[in-house]
Design a protein around this ligand. Structure first.
Ligand code: SF4
Length: 258
């Protein structure tokens, strides 16, 4: 397991990070640096345990998120400085990006900036990617749909396993997650597999949910970086391949195992 910190957001902008799934990705962190804000507290999180564990608007109102203009100025500065060609601009970072109260406006302004930059430099537009834990779709719908790629987390579809692996904040419901995922267009589902969520019944339920959600693609993976819970172990790649085969056989949906 890697112990490098190159993927850790030290400010609004981090990277470019070489990602197995995204290529050369410029990371954009909408969360306060050094304080993980998330509506989940996943046992496998590479950023450790969640500091501010909530989806409650009043509690989020007390978090010092970066302002819209601060984010846009930071992205603009990097776009003008950077020499490496970028494969994408990725909203991810130190927690859940859609919890930023002005997430929709930030995506809208980033898209305008990206389009101007592309026109001025005669480059193809750099895709805007959002990596989300799927818990705040109702509030972030506009921004999510404006992005070019929506990579949405769904690790388990049984309540007890979801609670164990993702440890949701009060007010987060698995039923709502699945219901809302069905309403988003053209999504990628990303699922982490560990010993906790690979029983026959867990996989069967997960496949049934994926069949209902109908994503464009599913990406599955196991531990690759230091997790919050140090007792977790990565699965053998053959287990992922087996899960991928079962999903494709039942649904015909494209699956990539990383
Ligand atoms: S949703 Fe992402 S940031 Fe939040 S705890 Fe899980 S892995 Fe970490």
């Amino acid at each position: 397991m890697k112990a490098d910190n190159s993927h850790f957001p030290g400010s609004i902008i981090y990277g470019p990070v070489k990602s197995r799934r995204l290529g050369n990705s410029l990371g954009i962190n909408l969360l306060p640096v050094g304080c993980k804000v998330c509506s989940l507290n996943c046992t496998y999180c590479q950023y450790g345990w969640t500091d501010t564990h909530t989806i409650n608007k009043n509690e989020l109102g007390r978090v010092r998120f970066p302002g819209v203009q601060e984010v846009i100025t930071a992205i603009e500065g990097v776009l003008h400085r950077i020499k490496t060609p970028l494969d994408c601009l990725t909203f991810s970072g130190y927690g859940e990006p859609t919890l930023h109260p002005q997430f929709n406006e930030i995506i809208k302004q980033t898209k305008d900036l990206r389009d101007r930059y592309s026109k001025d430099h005669n480059f193809p537009p750099i895709p805007i990617v959002v990596i989300s834990n799927s818990t705040n779709i109702e509030n972030a719908r506009e921004g999510l749909q404006l992005a070019d790629v929506r990579a949405m987390k769904l690790d388990a579809c049984e309540e007890n396993i979801f609670n164990e692996i993702n440890k949701p904040a009060e007010g987060v419901s698995l039923d709502d997650i699945v219901k809302n995922l069905k309403t988003l267009k053209d999504i990628i589902i990303q699922s982490m597999f560990l010993e906790t969520n690979i029983s026959d019944s867990a996989i069967e339920k997960w496949i049934d949910c994926i069949a209902e959600i109908k994503p464009l693609e599913v990406q599955i993976y196991t531990l690759d970086r230091m997790p919050a819970d140090l007792n977790l172990k990565a699965l053998d790649k053959s287990v992922l391949k087996d899960i991928a085969c079962k999903l494709t056989k039942k649904t015909g949906i494209k699956v990539t195992a990383f």
